[in-house]
Write a protein that binds this ligand. Structure first.
Ligand code: NI
Length: 392
């Protein structure tokens, strides 16, 4: 079957779904409306649907006509707390919430893939597990679904997923083996000193001064502890302390993010982070408590599965530029939790269009993508699914 032609035929459906999700964005774990529409669309195909997986996730199975492995396809459904500034006719009607990462597109793409694969299920040598995930944006949506057993019953053998990618133009595809997106840890730090009068600093242990030195000292981890040929990021992104101009506060709080690829680099960075914060704090007579939250491991694509998808991409979208080079990004993606449990890969579909001014980055208030990327992405994901079932 020519899945690209079929996906093009389904474009009005895909576009209508995408625009509806874009009009009505929902934050992580609040995707009730979105999940309801997803469940209904899948039920209309005659599929057995499970809702409430990992709170607001939706799962459905397409049983192939021939025996074979179980391949999971995953889309994320959540939006971001951003006030939309695109001026699009389908702009968010939920002020302060916006599909600024393209997850509206991902959900519409996977619904389209469900139609494509369900239409040829008798030919499929194996089963497809369709997974619509909540709360990808740093809230633990993937982990919640895994805890609720999404990788079991039936056990998932392979996993595929994609991201629309506005850093690259329509026609570009990023299909590379190996490390792709960084692992992420969020940190919270509490610095406790001794408050007092702003004019009598000698009677206090100032957590603001300690915090300022800690922020500076943390910069030496990447500069002086991480080997120059490795990579890591340490970013302090919030610094809160004090309520009055003439009072030295009791406490200050810092939060931020740490990005790494290799487990050994991650362990070292977290250890040095805690040592540095506590050591500098102690020198300033302040106590420092640090908490880490592991948001996502690194996304590392399986070489064998990636090779299959590269061949699929060249066959299905022959006019495309299939970029097999490793475009390492320090962004992270909680899809990596699924990749930790099953062989698979994650690919990127270029979606920018400079002529139409669709050039803004993900998470920007003006972010929007070229919808011509939708049928391309659906055709590639559906075709790759068939090829992985047949060849992996
Ligand atoms: Ni995203």
């Amino acid at each position: 079957m020519d899945l690209l032609a079929e996906a093009q035929k389904l474009f009005p459906y895909t576009q209508a779904m995408r625009r509806d999700f874009h009009l009505h964005p929902e934050l992580g774990f609040q995707e009730f409306r979105t999940a309801g529409i997803v469940a209904k669309e899948l039920q209309d195909l005659g599929l057995e649907v499970t809702t409430g997986v990992g709170k607001t996730g939706v799962v459905a199975m397409i049983e192939g006509g021939k025996p074979g492995p179980v391949l999971m396809l995953r889309a994320d459904m959540d939006a971001l707390p951003i006030l939309e500034d695109t001026g699009a006719e389908y702009a968010s009607q939920n002020p302060g919430v916006m599909h600024a990462c393209g997850h509206d597109g991902h959900t519409a793409i996977l619904l389209t893939v469900a139609k494509l694969l369900n239409g040829m299920k008798d030919e499929l040598p194996g089963s497809i597990k369709l997974v619509f995930q909540p709360a990808e944006e740093g809230m633990g949506g993937a982990e919640g679904m895994i805890k609720d057993g999404v990788m079991d019953g039936p056990k998932v053998d392979y996993v595929l997923g994609l991201h629309l990618w506005n850093e690259k133009p329509l026609g570009w595809l990023g299909v590379a083996a190996g490390p792709y997106m960084a692992g992420a840890d969020e940190f919270k730090m509490q610095i406790t000193g001794k408050g007092g009068h702003g004019a009598q600093p000698h009677t206090t242990f100032d957590p603001i001064v300690a915090g300022a030195q800690i922020v500076t000292a943390l910069q030496s981890i990447v500069g002086r502890n991480v080997p120059p040929v490795e990579t890591a990021v340490v970013s302090v992104t919030t610094f809160h302390g004090g309520d009055a101009f003439n009072v030295i506060p009791q406490r200050a709080e810092l939060t931020g993010t740490i990005r790494t690829f290799k487990p050994e680099v991650r362990e070292m960075v977290l250890r040095r982070f805690e040592e540095t914060a506590k050591g500098v704090g102690a020198a300033m007579n302040c106590q420092v408590e640090v908490q880490f939250f592991h948001t996502a491991p690194a996304t590392i694509n399986d070489a064998g599965i990636t090779e299959i998808v590269q061949q699929t991409a060249r066959r299905v979208l022959p006019e495309s530029h299939v970029d097999e080079g490793n475009m390492i990004t320090m962004g992270s993606e909680d899809y990596a939790f699924f990749l930790d449990k099953a062989r698979g890969m994650y690919f990127f579909v270029g979606s920018a269009n400079a002529e139409r001014n669709l050039i803004y980055s993900h998470h920007h208030p003006k972010f929007d993508f070229d919808e011509a990327a939708l049928p391309r992405a659906a055709a590639l994901l559906a075709s790759a699914a068939v090829d992985v079932l047949q060849q992996a």
